[in-house]
Design a protein around this ligand. Sequence first.
Ligand code: ZN
Length: 81
Amino acid sequence: MEVPEEIVCVDCGQRAHRLSYPPEEGWQIGDYVAYRCSGCNDRWDLVVEDSDDPNSASHSYAAEARSILESRRTSPERPAE
Ligand SMILES: [Zn+2]
């Protein structure tokens, strides 16, 4: 799998450079790749996806990062106590 050296930050439009180095065996689907924005200094953690998957072809890496961040901020349903 190939991952981009940099992405465009969806918050400020600046370039976000990759922090993570490729593993010796190469990137695998499901690996986390960290980026640091040169503009707003936000960190983006992306998941390597199968680019052949038609379901993932239309959304960008940045959109994927956003969805990850949102899912972390939003706590899952709490069981009633
Ligand atoms: Zn930014």
